[in-house]
Design a protein around this ligand. Structure first.
Ligand SMILES: Cc1ncc(COP(=O)(O)O)c(C=O)c1O
Length: 388
């Protein structure tokens, strides 16, 4: 084992990213959508906290032809790391980025006249043709061209000599709600938008709507491309119908990231003692507590105070007291032999004595009234990522 890696594994906290699991999830998605649908593997926000460069390289070597990122800065970082796959900038462009976009063969999502004008100028300067994807706002009211703007944008794109309309897209507000009226409406508006494009002689080959939820459970949205993110990192969405949890044909996915730490110190605390900031937990009996060197500065949310559990010594141990910036306290009174240096699982699956025990990002998210995305993206840069 290289010295730097063993130092990390001996250190206070680290995240293990299984590129094998990432590859397997990618192949599950591929099998699910079949060969006619191109996958744009979303690696924005530093690969949902898993490390964009490492994930992009791994996905590329598994055959991913497209990667989705937020903006030109993220695309630039991937190109700088030698990533050759096509890169879709999903959140538009900023003025001044056009030359970089053209020079680095990044593919912008566009929806405003000035996007077309400025990219056309940049592509003309380099005597090149830049592929672009047009985003339609079909009802989420976030990004994309509204219906009324489409004819003018189509005319501009038709007249353009240096832009090639390669793709058209939209994004769902609530794809995981299987009977959502708004999703049905979005699909209808998207079809209407495609008809406007066709009437202007525009038939982009890449037509895409689906995030992980739509990719998993709504085959009628697949068109010719899907843009899964969270599924690649091993998480299924929670689907509902009629307000109840709904089962959908499960893709075989497994979480890519495990988050670990080690016991920093163990101490006996008498009954009736307050633990941690503001004394929000008071021991009922003589207790043994373990202090973990991880806190909200690492991305372990303070909302997990007195709520979450970890796996240590083959058992679950509850978080007691407030999670602080660098430290979290767990009650290990019921677990024999917990000692300084013992490995603790914050997110992940237990093995050996702890096999069958799991804490995942969904569980932590629920405790924080959040989503697994926020937990995963929230792991701070202070947590070294180890790639397995
Ligand atoms: C435009 C767009 N497409 C695809 C995705 C991927 O979504 P998910 O991670 O739910 O698959 C996102 C994520 O927010 C997005 O903004």
């Amino acid at each position: 084992m290289p010295e730097s890696r063993s130092l990390i594994l001996d250190g206070r906290t680290w995240a293990e990213v299984s590129l094998t699991a990432l590859a397997a999830n990618f192949h599950s998605v591929q099998k699910h959508v079949g060969p006619g649908v191109t996958i744009c593997a979303v690696v924005k926000a530093d690969g949902y906290g898993h490390g964009a460069v490492e994930c992009a390289r791994a996905l590329e070597s598994e055959g991913a032809q497209w990667l989705g990122v937020t903006d030109a800065a993220e695309g630039h970082a991937l190109r700088g790391a030698g990533v050759k796959a096509r890169i879709l900038l999903m959140t538009g462009i900023w003025k001044g980025e056009e030359d970089t976009i053209v020079a680095q063969n990044l593919t912008p999502t566009i929806w405003e006249p000035w996007h077309i004008e400025s990219l056309e100028r940049a592509a003309r300067k380099r005597q090149s043709v830049l592929p672009v994807h047009l985003k339609l706002d079909t009802g989420m009211n976030r990004l994309g061209a509204p219906r009324e703007a489409l004819p003018h944008l189509c005319e501009m794109l038709s007249a353009s000599r240096h832009l090639h309309l390669e793709g058209v897209s939209t994004h769902f507000a609530s794809a995981e709600v299987l009977d959502a009226e708004d999703a049905r409406r979005q699909m209808k508006r998207f079809e209407e938008g495609l008809a406007v494009l066709q009437n202007h002689g525009l038939n982009p080959p890449l037509v895409h709507m689906g995030n992980s939820a739509a990719m998993s459970a709504r085959p009628d949205t697949w068109k010719t491309m899907v843009r899964p993110g969270i599924a690649l990192y091993g998480y299924s969405l929670e689907f509902t119908r009629g307000g109840e949890t709904a089962a959908v044909a499960a893709l075989h996915l497994r979480p890519v990231l495990s988050w670990k730490t080690r016991v920093l110190t163990v101490k006996e605390v008498a009954a009736g003692q307050a633990v941690g900031y503001m004394g929000t937990f008071v021991t009922k009996t003589q207790s043994r507590i373990a202090v973990l060197p991880v806190g909200y500065a690492d991305g372990y949310p303070r909302l997990l105070s007195n709520r979450a559990r970890v796996i240590v010594g083959g058992e679950y141990a509850p978080v007691v007291g407030r999670v602080s910036m660098d430290l979290t306290i767990v009650d290990v009174s019921h677990i024999g032999g917990v000692a300084v240096g013992d490995e603790v699982i914050l997110i992940g699956q237990g093995t050996g004595k702890a096999s069958g025990k799991t804490v995942d990002a969904v569980e932590l998210a629920r405790l924080c009234e959040s989503v697994p995305y926020e937990i995963l993206c929230g792991l701070s840069q202070r947590v070294p990522r180890v790639y397995l």
